[in-house]
Design a protein around this ligand. Structure first.
Ligand code: ADP
Ligand code: MG
Length: 400
């Protein structure tokens, strides 16, 4: 997939509506609200610096959390503006609204190179409804949309699809890199291509797994996800977490996930690699056991075992492309980090393409390695998985 390139358009002295990816939660530190992490804010910097160099006025639009159409004090964009200002090393102006005369006056008073952060657009109901009048108001006084909201690209909102109906839109550098890196996995990955999948719930990842299975050479399954496959093979898993059914409230459907796992195991026998051993725990007791031995009642499988770590690491070493989505175990627990760490280090040492996706997976990466050790860190969570599932993301369609 190709998106419209920012570098092909004359931006000199234009007023830009920059759709930011920075929907990031906040935490209180000494009575002051701060962003919980700033990866998505760091991701904005190259595009904003480029716009500054082009003498643009930059007006930043984003939502934060789910205030559902009312003002929620703790969901203001102030902490985001503050962190951005630190990263850009220049002031970021603020205004406590995102439409209306006060905002328009503020924009008129801006100089070339000024950066302004608008207030949380989800304080307005019109945002979630993709209200066309509201979208038009968001565009008032701007010339061009620069769109970096890849994590939000699955939404049909005024600040995503709405603004692009009213102004010409181009992809920001962050969005472009996400789309190119992930498209490459789907369209022409260098082979062997290994997909390492883990984490808590298989229901989150079924669609991307289904879409990738025909394209990959191997799928290495770890984390609680592996439990669903092991259960399908009739293994006894004690008190391990197994997501065996998924209830889709919207579609009013129930899905038998163990049955699903059994079916894809049959179809893709040669590709799916499951743990041959696991680390189990009960209270402070920890043991490495073969998967052929039963996990006793009360015990939980919380990491891939040492032989499995070696097997996974060997597959990774022999790959040209590796995608990791989901940790191999309950890595937050001191005794259950090893599987995730071994996989991350094997990927780090690979000279091929290495891509990491998922909030917890990124946290683990930061703990055991450095994010720069990998080809691409995909920051979009749900949108990344939808993209990998081959689904259409409405905002991306408008940027093609
Ligand atoms: P991501 O955010 O990277 O997509 P997930 O949210 O799917 O990852 O999964 C992360 C969570 O999965 C972590 O909190 C981790 O503790 C949990 N997890 C991993 N393996 C297991 C396991 N064997 N049993 C229970 N929880 C697990
Ligand atoms: Mg998660």
């Amino acid at each position: 997939m190709k998106v419209k390139n920012l570098k092909q358009v004359d931006l000199k002295n234009k007023t830009i509506l920059y759709r930011a990816p920075c929907d990031v939660g906040v935490k209180e530190v000494n009575g002051v609200l701060e962003v919980k992490d700033d990866l998505r804010i760091q991701a904005m910097v190259p595009t904003i610096e480029y716009l500054i160099k082009e003498n643009c006025k930059i007006v930043i639009l984003t939502y934060v959390g789910r205030p559902d159409g009312v003002v929620v004090e703790k969901l203001r964009t102030g902490p985001h503006a503050k962190r951005l200002s630190l990263l850009l090393n220049r002031p970021v102006l603020q205004v406590d609204d995102c439409v209306g005369p006060v905002v328009e006056e503020k924009i008129k008073s801006m100089q070339a190179g000024d950066v302004l952060m608008l207030e949380n657009v989800r304080f307005y109901k019109g945002e979630m409804e993709d209200d066309d009048e509201f979208a038009k108001k968001l565009c008032a006084g701007k010339d061009i949309v620069v769109f970096d909201g890849f994590p939000q690209a699955m939404r049909i909102h005024a600040s995503t699809t709405g603004i692009m109906r009213h102004l010409p839109a181009y992809a920001g550098f962050y969005l472009k890199k996400e789309v190119e890196s992930l498209s490459n996995l789907l369209d022409n990955p260098e082979k062997p291509f290994t997909f390492v999948i883990g984490g808590a719930k298989i229901s989150d990842k079924i669609d991307s797994l289904n879409n990738l299975l025909p394209k990959v050479d191997k799928v290495l399954v770890g984390g609680a996800l592996a439990n669903v496959f092991l259960r399908a093979q009739g293994k006894k898993l004690g008190s391990s977490f197994v997501e065996d059914v998924f209830v889709d409230e919207k579609k009013r459907e129930k899905k038998d996930l163990v049955k699903y796992a059994g079916e894809i195991l049959n179809i893709y026998k040669e590709k799916i690699v499951l743990p041959v051993d696991v680390v189990i725990s009960l209270g402070s007791n920890v043991k490495n056991i073969n998967i052929e031995d039963e996990v006793p009642d009360g015990w939980m499988a919380l990491d891939i075992g040492s032989r499995t770590q070696q097997i996974f690491s060997d597959y990774i070493k022999n790959s040209k492309t590796v995608l990791l989505a989901g940790p191999m175990g309950k890595f937050e627990d001191e005794k259950m980090k090893e599987g995730t760490k071994v996989v991350l280090l094997a990927m780090k040492n690979l000279s091929g393409t290495t891509i990491i996706a998922g909030g917890d997976t990124i946290d683990a990466t930061g703990e055991f390695a450095s994010l720069e050790d990998y080809t691409h860190i995909s920051l979009a969570g749900g949108a990344t998985l939808e993209f990998l599932a081959g689904k259409e993301l409405p905002a991306l369609t408008m940027l093609q």
